[in-house]
Design a protein around this ligand. Sequence first.
Ligand code: ADP
Ligand code: MG
Length: 769
Amino acid sequence: MSTKYNQLQEQRSHLPTFEYKQDLVDAIREYNILVIIGETGSGKTTQIPQYIMEELPELKKVGVTQPRRIAAITGKFQFAKRVSEEQGERLGSLVGYNIRFDDRTSVDTRLVYMTDGILLREATMDPCLNKYDVIVIDEAHERTLETDVLFGLLKQTHRQRPDLKILIMSATLDVAKFSDFFGECPIFEIPGRTYPVKVVYSLDAPKLATIKSAFVDRAVETAWTIHTQQPEGDILVFLTGQQDIERACKAFSQKDRDCDYRRQVKFYNHGDGVSRAAVYPLFASLETFEQKAVFELPRQGERKIVFATNVAQTSVTIPGIRYVVDSGFVKEKSFDPNTGMDALLVTEISQAAAIQRAGRAGRTAPGKAYRLYNQESFERMEPNTIPEIQRSSLLGTVLALKTMNIVDVINFEFIDPPEETLVKNALKQLYLLEAIDEEGKITKLGVKMNHFPLSPCLARVLLASVDLQCSYEVLIITSMLAGDMELFKSPRKEEEAIEAEKCKIKLAHHTGDHMTYLNVWHEWKWRGKSRKWCKENYINYKVLETASNVRSQLMDVMDKLSLKIIKGPLIKRKKSKSSKRHIGDNDHGESVDPVPVLRSFLTGYFTNIANKAAHRSVFSHYAPDEHLGRTSAGVSSTALVALHLHPLCALSNMLDKAKIQYSELDWIMYTNITYTNKAVMKGVSKILWDWVKQGDGQARIRKLPQTRLNGEAQPSVEAEDLQAKQKQQAAEKEQNNIASLKDLEESKKRRAEEIDMIRQRALARRKKE
Ligand code: ADP
Ligand code: MG
């Protein structure tokens, strides 16, 4: 074998897991459920699955799950390639990976690294996971939504298939919970090779809450003090998001440029001391090539300073870190079932997180952790981080469980059950999307929806587009929405920003974002899918490239379900002398009718509609109950909150450039809403009230059988009939009320406009006279 192979084997033998190889193999052979703990970097992910392949040939197929963000931060499971090489094979043969829309496995693959979401989808098709002999739930400490659901499912699978080997791997010590959940299964601990870390509290920061506004500056100051006064060793600073990280990087680099190292830096010299700073940002949405350098050892005399989000807490290991600066904050997404909004908020971390962060300083030598808060603040923190399942929309999760015929979702065996309102909210939404029926059972439509690797709402949109005969166009837009990267770049340099805005306006469709996406696709295709065109127009080529790939995979699903891909109707254009192509025209220079496309989207998002507030540039969410001044439990109360357009929306852009006026906006639909310091909508398009009225969505909202959906005790048949009748009568009455109210409003408005027009005409006439 080659020297490279031998080198790799040599490196493998130095990892902490190697010493315990035989013990691990014995334990895996003996126990069918096993929890393994080991420090990040000890070799759990890359080595343990290989030990199974090498020493336990009877276990033929091994599936290892990872949270999705690990895929993002490691550039699509880079380590899978490494494992392939260690096995002396090409990636995709013996060892492969499977990420949504990117499957690198073959029939020969024995070891597959996949996202927890992929395994969850496989479980909906085959709950016993018969394909696998071993399932490894890796990075279990991350407690992602999907991992938590998998825990519950695996517990059930174990009852039916006790021979399936289940390994739970975690980088943190609090694993008693996992062991308890799986019938007190044994725990295997790989002793860490860590060094002591001295924790330094900030004495001048009395309360964590009061430093919230200034923690970025304080973090930069602290890092700078370490850089200039402490001996060698790299610095890792925990901040919360891209914005503060970029700000911190800029501020630190400025200090570095202004610094006279010879005079100001205590450890300056030409040999081993510190003479330069290399500043790096680290967050999940960074492009892979930008990230690579962070993971390399610094050059001689250089000190690495990494400003990172929570990803550096457990997900990745940066070699050489000896100093940690902990801001005490994290940016966390949290779903509110009452408003249907995801709040993205900067919140205090837990004690467990603070301890984990500090530990990052002691990987290669004794280290120091500087906490930007005092000990009292630490003691007041929550002991543990709230798992994702307790703060997420459970729409996709509940649909997956329903597909597996798990009827009583509320009592599903979760390791940490979510609040009932979260589950009830998901049941309600699924009923509204017609994925489940009144009894809470999955419908044919629901089964079809589950086939798509998309959110249930987007899957519903795609299915509706087949009936509305525009699935060709909707498929394109859906593929572009499926990723979570921005299509349009927002350059920081002022001249470039102005150019980018111009391009955006040029490509914008008058109805808003959805059709704008289609415009961009058509233009890109017309230019031969050119990378250059993207660059010139400030468009993220990667989004389009990914969308292409997503599209072909969604096409396969549609094909499997015998769903037709139909080109939508066109808009007739007045014959002009020049037969010039218009922006957004399809390949044949024809203009696509936006109406069926937007109506398809409305089928999936009819609960996300809003009406412009009179005389103000904000919107208010519409729900029929709220219009009648009634908010029952579980019905969204977003009506109370003013909704804003995201500045990147096509409509915002057109408003800014006075291409349209606020007064021209009436009803809109949005595909996404987040609350930061205000409620902000993304993916926004204009719609007509008529479309809402004609759809049966609003009627479904009104006759929502929540108690039946929840599977709660039923009233007798007669009583139910009577109730239903009364409810229907009431609903009809309400509908009439709404309709007449709406008509009244409309005729009032029209009347006012007519009067205004008459007045102006009279004025003009008078002026003339
Ligand atoms: P764990 O899962 O316990 O955190 P891993 O198995 O991921 O540990 O990593 C073990 C070691 O292998 C680490 O030191 C890591 O830096 C190294 N490693 C992992 N992937 C790669 C790669 N693609 N290239 C080089 N080194 C790698
Ligand atoms: Mg790992």
